[in-house]
Design a protein around this ligand. Sequence first.
Ligand code: TEU
Length: 543
Amino acid sequence: MERTEKNWWHSAVVYQIYPKSFQDTTGSGTGDLKGILQRLDYLKTLGVDLIWLSPVFASPQVDNGYDISDYQAIDPMYGTLEDMDSLIQEANRRGIGIMLDLVLNHSSDRHRWFREALKSRDNPFHDYYIWRDGGPDAFPNDMRSAFGGPAWTYVPQLGQYYFHQFAPEQPDLNWENPAVRRALYDMILWWMDRGVAGFRLDVIDQIAKEPDRHITINGPRLHEFLRELSAETFRKGNLVTVGEAWGADVDRAKRYSCPDGSELSMVFQFEHMGLDQQPGKPKWDTAPLSLSALKACFEKWQHGLHGQGWNSLFLNNHDLPRIVSRWGDEGGFRETSAKLLAVMLHGMQGTPYIFQGEELGMTNMRMTVDQLQDVEAKNLYRERLEAGYPEGQILESIYRRGRDNARTPMQWDDGPQAGFTTGTPWLPVNPNAARINAKAQLADPDSVFHFYRRLIALRKTYPVFRMGDFTLLLPEHEKLFVYTRAWMDQELLVICNFGADPTSWQLPEGWAGAKCLIANYPDAAQGLLRPWEAKILYRRTDV
Ligand code: TEU
């Protein structure tokens, strides 16, 4: 894909790689950059335009790399800077850009800046972080970390607490300090000079904060910081940027993804990802998904950003359970439901993101407490066990919502460790790899892989996927998700029958002779949609 025209990412598809679980070439049991290099032709076959790499920078791995100790060094477990340069070059040669995952909200407590900050209150790096005076057990306030426990950690030799929205090993950076911003901008420009195509920005709506007022997201200076960040870095190249913004609503997303390019290209907002949990409860306390609520949510975002911003489209990432297990069917309709979920998402306006293994219909995996690796899940297990929750209920919650589900090794073939490693994998391979793997699906033209490949190709062929406005049909129907996209004389009709029940269905008037662009059943049943049936019809309205 040529990345020179304005908004080139509007017709791009992004593939997210969690490097630790993608492909190991050393027998270490963890993935590496050379492994990604080996799999570039697989991704070229799939047809993706960008690869978002979860962090591979130097890190003590407390949060699997989202705790960076050197932003300009590759962690030896993944390889070397030369390996990264080769990956960028070889990907570009295949028309695939590399997006790096920047964690600008916090560093690792092993970062040189924090080690200096600990030395004294007047060390030049002390104010790179957020400190409050206090005594042992006299916390500045009752703020909690996203991973459980207080958001403040005491440093006796300083008589101060430092602030961390995540693990204590992830101290928040002080964006109020211009020296911090300048150091981060210089680091980003350094990576831009090495040829990256863009960046994913971790918890970017949490960089502006006022902990004393319990403000840790959408702080008053957020958009000021983002405009400065964009002007000082991204806008100097034609880069694609996506900010992770758990606190975004449509109005704020319009500012983030404003067509004038003053901030970012788009954001990940998570409203749809909260619809199947009990209101006011954490994600572990699940609730059934209402399809009408899901449809209303997508409709709001499609209308809200049409012509005024840009949507990202995703159902999976390294923090989310696998969508086939969450909203699809893990049993006899696993592949059919995986294809339906892909049709539902890729028919909409925005940039689609495919998380590694999603294109195979990979599923969640039940784990014992000893198998868990994620700091968030391990803290939850401990906290809920201490609170008296039955262990079985805790492990069921983790099976449904735990982040390790997405991080089980990529399933390449039906051989030992699914072809991921010749060693012992850092996280167990899902036993269903014998059935669900890339090798089998590459050989099967009806596989989920080839379905994704054809879906991605449609977006390149029909401009209506990129340009068309969105109209929801049957808003109250609890089984059917049906919408149209219209642009100039082109129209799409996207039809999804959510669930295992056949549903009666009559094509709307004027669609009888439409062309079927893609379907997850080989034929059409008159007046009926079969279990998990999905298709996209196309017509020209000028004929
Ligand atoms: O995630 C931000 C974040 O808020 C999530 O961790 C979320 O709280 C959790 O997954 C919901 O259960 C980003 C990264 O994507 C995540 O992997 C990191 O752990 C986190 O930031 C800290 O860097």
